[in-house]
Design a protein around this ligand. Structure first.
Ligand SMILES: [Zn+2]
Ligand SMILES: [Zn+2]
Length: 370
C-alpha cells in the first residue's frame, strides 16, 4: 500500500515536472561509452621545434558523437589518428560529421590556430552530411583594448585598431572572408557549397548579473549553462588569465560523470567550484624554473612583461594538487604543458597534496569514464 502510494505521489510530482531527471544526469548503467581524448598538449605560440604533442585540444566522445574543446596545433590530424573519424576515400572524404559542437576556452592562438581547418576542410570531410550545423561556443569580445603592460611602456603598433579584440563569431566570419579566394574558387569552379552554412558560431553570453572586468580579476561566480543536448550538459565559469578576457573553464556532465577543463588560468576559486566532484579535471600547468630560465637576467622591458604574463596568467604545477583536492576530483590530468619538453615523471612528482590519480595528458592520451 505504502509502495503504491509513494509511486502515485512520485508519478504526480513527475507529471508536474518536479523530479524528472534531466537526460544528461549521471547514469552509470548507460551503455554508451564516454571517452576523453587529448588531441594536443603544449602551451604557447610555438611548436617547440616541432614537438609531437602539438597545441592544446581535446575531444569528448559519447558513443558516435564527438565534442571538441579548443583547436590547438595538429588537432585535426590527431582526430583521425585517435580513430574518432574514418576517412572513406571511396565514397568521399568524411569523418567530421560526428562533431556536434565545439567549445573554445579563450582566443589565444595556441587554442584556435587549428580552428580554420574545421571551417575550411569541414565540408569536404563530412559536414555536408549533417542536418544541423556544428555549434561553436567561444568568448565574445573583451569590449575594450588590452591595457599596456606597465613593465613595457614604449609605443606599440597594434593590429586592426577598428576592432582590436574580435570575439568568436566575428573571428569566424573573418576567417571565411580571409579565405574567400579559395572558397569562391571551390564554389564557382567545383560546385561546392559555401562551408559557412555548416558552422554556427556563438559568443558565450555571460549572465547579466556579472559585471564585466576585462582589466581586473573575474568576480566569484557560480557556473552557468551554455549548452545541453540529450548526451551532455556544458557549464562554464570565468577564470583568471589576464589580460585575456573573457577566458572560460568548461564542465561537461555526461551520463558517466563529469569532465572539467581549466582552460588557461591562474589559481581559480571559480574553477574549484566548477570542478566539484568531477571524475576528471584537465588542468593547465607551468613549470616556473623553465619560465625563469627563458629570460636570463638582465632582462629587457619586453622580456619582463613576457615573464610577468607567464607567471601571473598560468598555474604553477606545484599548486594543481591542492586545487584538485579542494574540488574533490578523482583523476587529475595535467595538460597544456609549459613546456611539453619536461618528462612525465618530473611533472607528476611536482604535484603535491592530491590523493587521486594523476596523469600527464599528452597528445592521444585517452581515458574511458567508468
Ligand atoms: Zn594557452
Ligand atoms: Zn592563453
Amino acid at each position: 500500500m505504502i509502495n503504491l502510494l509513494s509511486r502515485l505521489i512520485l508519478a504526480s510530482v513527475s507529471i508536474l515536472g518536479l523530479v524528472s531527471a534531466p537526460s544528461w544526469a549521471a547514469d552509470e548503467k548507460s551503455s554508451q561509452k564516454v571517452e576523453l581524448i587529448i588531441l594536443g598538449a603544449a602551451a604557447g605560440r610555438t611548436s617547440y621545434g616541432g614537438h609531437p604533442d602539438g597545441g592544446f585540444s581535446a575531444a569528448i566522445a559519447v558513443g558516435d558523437i564527438r565534442y571538441i574543446i579548443d583547436f590547438g596545433r595538429g588537432w585535426h590530424d590527431r582526430y583521425y589518428q585517435a580513430g574518432l573519424g574514418t576517412a572513406k576515400y571511396k565514397t568521399g572524404f568524411s569523418g567530421l560529421e560526428s562533431v556536434r559542437a565545439a567549445f573554445i576556452t579563450h582566443l589565444h592562438s595556441d587554442h584556435v590556430v587549428g580552428y580554420p581547418e574545421l571551417l575550411l576542410f569541414g565540408a569536404t570531410e563530412g559536414l555536408r552530411r549533417k542536418k544541423e550545423p556544428i555549434q561553436i561556443y567561444g568568448p565574445g569580445s573583451r569590449g575594450s583594448l588590452t591595457p599596456q603592460n606597465i613593465n613595457s611602456p614604449s609605443f606599440k603598433e597594434i593590429v586592426n585598431p577598428s576592432s582590436p579584440n574580435p570575439g568568436t563569431k566575428e573571428m569566424t566570419d573573418k576567417i571565411y572572408e580571409a579565405f574567400a579566394a579559395d572558397l569562391n574558387d571551390n564554389i564557382l569552379d567545383s560546385g561546392m557549397p559555401n562551408p559557412h552554412k555548416y558552422i554556427n558560431a556563438n559568443d558565450i553570453k555571460i549572465p547579466d548579473t556579472i559585471v564585466p572586468t576585462p582589466d581586473g580579476v573575474p568576480p566569484r561566480m557560480s557556473p552557468f549553462e551554455i549548452y545541453h543536448d540529450e548526451l551532455i550538459k556544458v557549464t562554464a565559469t570565468l577564470v583568471s588569465h589576464p589580460p585575456m578576457y573573457p577566458s572560460f573553464a568548461f564542465r561537461f556532465d555526461t551520463k558517466k560523470g563529469a569532465i572539467v577543463f581549466s582552460g588557461d588560468t591562474n589559481k581559480s576559486e571559480n574553477l574549484i567550484e566548477l570542478a566539484d566532484n568531477a571524475k576528471i579535471l584537465v588542468h593547465e600547468v607551468i613549470n616556473h624554473d623553465w619560465a625563469n630560465g627563458l629570460f636570463p637576467v638582465p632582462r629587457t622591458e619586453d622580456q619582463v612583461s613576457k615573464l610577468d604574463h607567464l607567471i601571473k596568467s598560468h598555474t604553477d604545477v606545484r599548486d594543481v594538487g591542492e586545487i584538485a583536492e579542494k574540488a574533490k576530483v578523482k583523476h587529475l590530468v595535467l595538460s597544456h604543458l609549459a613546456p611539453p619538453t619536461i618528462t612525465d615523471a618530473e611533472w607528476i612528482n611536482s604535484v603535491k597534496g592530491f590523493g587521486g590519480r594523476v596523469d600527464v595528458g599528452r597528445a592521444l592520451f585517452r581515458v574511458t569514464l567508468e
